[in-house]
Design a protein around this ligand. Structure first.
Ligand code: FAD
Ligand code: A2P
Length: 363
C-alpha cells in the first residue's frame, strides 16, 4: 500500500514540469499573459478596438518601439492611484458653442514618486462614487493636453481637455459618469489619477520632422501639447529640442465657438508662419463640395497634393486623434488623395505604421 502510494506521488511529481510546460505553451498560444502596462492598455488603434472604460483586462501591450524605452509608464496603478489636487477647471468654449468642454489642471507636486509624463501620453481618472452594482467606478483614459513642463512650466502639473458626454435615452438625458465628474470638480478637490500610459502618440525626436495633425473635438488634447512644445517661447527655452520642421494642424469642430485653444494656435501661426499651418473644418458653419457638413477629411482632400508631397519625406509623421467615427472618412480621403498621386493607400498605410509614422488614438 505504502509502496503504491509513493509510486503514485512520485509519478505525479514527475508530471509537474510537463504540466508547467504545457500551461506555458497554452498561455502563449491564447495570449492570456498580463500586459506589460498592468492592464491600463492604451486602447488606441483601429486594430485593437476601443473601450473607453478600461478594466484590468488582458489587452495586448503594444510592441516596444526603439527610443521609447525611457518613457514613464504606470507610475500609479488603479489599486494605488495618486490623489491629484485640482488647480483649475474652466470652460474652453465661447458663447453659442455646443455642449461643455473644460480645461482641467491637477497639481502633481505631492506625489512620491511624482507622476511624470511626456507629450502624447494619457492618464487614467477614477471617478468618485460607485457604479450601479455598488462597485467602485472603473478608470477612464484622457489624453494629456499639457507638455511635460505643465501649463505653469514648473514640471509639477498635468492638464486635460474634457468634453462632458451627454446623450438622450428613452426621453431622458444621460450624463457620462467620469466626464461629468471632471467637468464639475472644483479647485482644491482631490481626484484619483493613474498612469501615465501610452506610447502610440509620442513625438519623434528629430527637430526637423514634419508633423501632420488631424483632430476632432477633444482629440486636440495631445496636439495642444505638441504645439506648445514646438512654439511656446518658454517651452522652447526649457526644451533641449527646438522644432524646425513643418507642422500642420487640421482641426474639426461643430461651430467656431467650439474651436479649442484657437487663439493660442493663431498666435503660434503668426509667430512661426514658415513652420505652422492651421486648417479648420467647422462642420455646422461650412459645407463641403457636396453641400454636406465640412469635416477634416474634406480638408485633407482639398490639400491632398501637399499632404502627399510631405508624406514622401521619411521625416513626416501623421497623428490622428478624436472621434473613432472619423477613421473611415480619413481613410477614404487618404485613399483618394493617394490614388491621385498614383499611390496605393492600403499598401502605404501599414508601411507608415511600421515606420512609426502613422499614429492613431481614437475613442
Ligand atoms: P460613461 O458613463 O462611461 O458612458 C459611456 C457609455 O455610454 C458608452 O460606453 C456607451 O455605452 C454609452 N453611450 C455613449 N454615447 C451614447 C449614445 N449616444 N447613445 C447610447 N449610449 C451611449 N475624452 C475626453 O473628453 N477628452 C480626452 O482627451 C479623451 N482622451 C481619451 C483617450 C483615450 C486613449 C481613450 C480611450 C478615451 C479618451 N476619452 C477622452 C474618452 C474618455 O475616456 C471617456 O470615454 C469619456 O469621457 C466618457 O466617459 P464617461 O464616464 O463620461 O461616460
Ligand atoms: P458634427 O457633430 O457637426 O457632425 P465635438 O467633439 O466638439 O463635437 O467635435 C467633433 C467634430 O467632429 C464635429 O465638428 C463633428 O461634426 C465632427 N465629426 C462628426 N463625425 C465625424 C466623422 N465621421 N468624421 C469627421 N468628423 C466628424
Amino acid at each position: 500500500m505504502a509502496y503504491s502510494e509513493a509510486t503514485v506521488v512520485a509519478g505525479g511529481l514527475i508530471h509537474i514540469p510537463i504540466l508547467i510546460g504545457v500551461f506555458g505553451f497554452l498561455q502563449k498560444a491564447i495570449g492570456t499573459k498580463k500586459p506589460l502596462d498592468g492592464g491600463q492598455s492604451n486602447s488606441n488603434s483601429s486594430s485593437q478596438g476601443t473601450s473607453s472604460t478600461v478594466s484590468q483586462s488582458t489587452k495586448k501591450a503594444p510592441a516596444r518601439k526603439q527610443g521609447h524605452s525611457n518613457i514613464p509608464v504606470n507610475t500609479y496603478k488603479p489599486k494605488t492611484p495618486f490623489l491629484g489636487k485640482v488647480l483649475e477647471n474652466y470652460s474652453l468654449l465661447k458663447q453659442g458653442a455646443i455642449g461643455r468642454v473644460n480645461h482641467i489642471t491637477f497639481d502633481l507636486s505631492e506625489g512620491d514618486p511624482q507622476l511624470r509624463y511626456v507629450e502624447g501620453q494619457s492618464i487614467g481618472i477614477i471617478p468618485a462614487g460607485e457604479d450601479a452594482k455598488g462597485k467602485p467606478h472603473k478608470l477612464r483614459l484622457y489624453s494629456i493636453a499639457s507638455t511635460r513642463h505643465g501649463d505653469n512650466y514648473q514640471g509639477n502639473t498635468v492638464s486635460l481637455c474634457v468634453r462632458q458626454l451627454q446623450y438622450e435615452k428613452d426621453g431622458r438625458t444621460i450624463d457620462g459618469v467620469c466626464s461629468t465628474y471632471l467637468c464639475d470638480i472644483k479647485p482644491g478637490d482631490k481626484v484619483k489619477i493613474t498612469g501615465p500610459v501610452g506610447k502610440e502618440m509620442l513625438l519623434p525626436e528629430d527637430e526637423d520632422a514634419n508633423i501632420i495633425m488631424l483632430a476632432t473635438g477633444t482629440g486636440i488634447a495631445p496636439m495642444r501639447a505638441y504645439l506648445r512644445r514646438m512654439f511656446e517661447p518658454t517651452e522652447r527655452e526649457k526644451n533641449n529640442w527646438n522644432f524646425k520642421g513643418k507642422a500642420w494642424l487640421f482641426m474639426g469642430a461643430p461651430k467656431s465657438a467650439n474651436l479649442l485653444y484657437d487663439a493660442d494656435f493663431e498666435h503660434y501661426k503668426a509667430s512661426f508662419p514658415e513652420n505652422l499651418r492651421y486648417t479648420k473644418a467647422i462642420s455646422r458653419e461650412q459645407t463641403n463640395t457636396k453641400g454636406g457638413r465640412m469635416y477634416i477629411q474634406d480638408r485633407v482632400l482639398e490639400h491632398a497634393d501637399e499632404i502627399f508631397t510631405l508624406i514622401e519625406n521619411p521625416k513626416t509623421h501623421i497623428y490622428l486623434c478624436g472621434l473613432k467615427g472619423m477613421e473611415p472618412g480619413i481613410d477614404e480621403a487618404m485613399s483618394k488623395a493617394a490614388a491621385a498621386k498614383g499611390i496605393n493607400w492600403s499598401e502605404l498605410r501599414p508601411q507608415l505604421k511600421k515606420q512609426d509614422r502613422w499614429h492613431v488614438e481614437t475613442y
